[in-house]
Design a protein around this ligand. Structure first.
Ligand code: AHR
Length: 327
């Protein structure tokens, strides 16, 4: 690791005063990577979905390929665990911190601590709502509002000739998370233009398959006439499919299903006609993250926002894409 080698060299060859110059005394403010070795502290949300598993693999694989030493922690969907992990990375004087915030708010204090320690922070996958954008270097991830809009656009097109009301139930992601807030907003913005689209129930399924199933069961009991399910991720949609089948209905026919992510299991359900449309959200953020981290550590300028490129899938497109799907 850069820092220890650097500290030893400094101790042996240079004066104590110089060794003390480095905001922690081991490699300059927040550490620098003159020997090309970077240590990254990464706080992951958890392992709630297929998307998350693919994202973790991408980050770990890209770190190994780039020669970055990765300190990885899984927060099990809890903000307090992420704050603890970030504090521990600050204490360990890592060169750069990256994290995917479980919820949007409540980060200012710990981000200020990182800034005071001169450790650059990169937001990956999810945003924070801090007014002070100098608390992080960049945000790499999807445009979740746009994903919601894409889901809404497909729906309005699909039902454009229908004169009857369209009853929609919505399975939201984790309460307070950027993807849940933004996917809801983008979808509402598009369908709101036509009053025949009615969201008759909307509840969190916490991005998990088990919760998606449980909440969909409750939706089905309370609402006999559901036309459409909009699920903020594939996993909740897949759980809901089990609930729909359990209720003796045919997913994709009796109830159209729109999901977000495009992981293999979701794509298979789309190819099988159980899901009707998927908006892609790419978890393969690792290589871009390592690039941005290397630049941030060297003090090079990086864009404040890097938006992931994504597409959408119909049944035919899913069949075509499945054989080479990476996740
Ligand atoms: O933040 C990205 C979202 O988090 C994915 O859509 C979901 O599957 C994951 O849990």
């Amino acid at each position: 690791m850069f820092k220890r080698i650097s500290a030893l060299l400094l101790a042996g060859a240079v004066t104590m005063t110089m060794a003390g110059c480095g905001g922690g005394g081991d490699g300059g403010p927040g550490g620098s990577a003159d020997d090309g070795k970077i240590t990254m502290g990464f706080s992951q949300v958890g392992a709630e979905s297929g998307w998350r598993t693919a994202n973790t693999k991408s980050v770990q694989g890209a770190a190994a390929a780039a020669g970055v030493t990765l300190k990885f922690s899984d927060a099990q969907q809890k903000q307090e665990n992420q704050i603890k992990a970030i504090r521990s990375y600050i204490q360990q004087k890592v060169d750069v911190i990256a994290f995917s915030p479980v919820v949007e708010s409540g980060w200012d204090t710990v981000l200020k601590e990182a800034k005071n320690a001169s450790i650059p922070v990169i937001l990956t996958d999810r945003a924070v709502d801090s007014a002070d954008t100098s608390l992080y270097k960049t945000f790499l991830g999807s445009d979740f509002v746009e994903e919601g809009r894409k889901a809404g656009t497909w729906l309005t097109e699909e039902f454009k000739d229908s004169k009857d009301p369209v009853n929609i139930v919505e399975l939201q992601g984790t309460t307070g998370s950027a993807p849940a807030n933004d996917r809801k907003a983008g979808f509402a913005e598009v369908i709101g233009a036509d009053p025949k689209f009615k969201v008759i129930a909307s509840q969190t399924g916490d991005f998990t398959r088990a919760k998606g199933k449980e909440v969909m069961e409750a939706f089905l009991k309370a609402n006999p006439d559901i036309d459409v399910l909009y699920a903020h991720n594939d996993d909740m949609g897949l759980g809901a499919i089990e609930a729909i089948e359990g209720a003796g209905k045919v997913p994709g026919k009796d109830i159209k299903i729109i999901t977000i992510d495009a992981v293999k299991d979701g794509m298979q359900a789309l190819a099988d006609g159980k899901i009707s449309y998927i908006v892609e959200c790419s978890p393969l953020l690792g290589p871009q993250l390592m690039d941005l981290a290397a630049k941030a550590v060297k003090g090079e300028s990086i864009p404040a926002r890097v938006v992931t490129e994504e597409t959408t899938f119909t049944q035919e497109q899913a069949k075509e894409a499945l054989p080479s799907r990476q996740y």
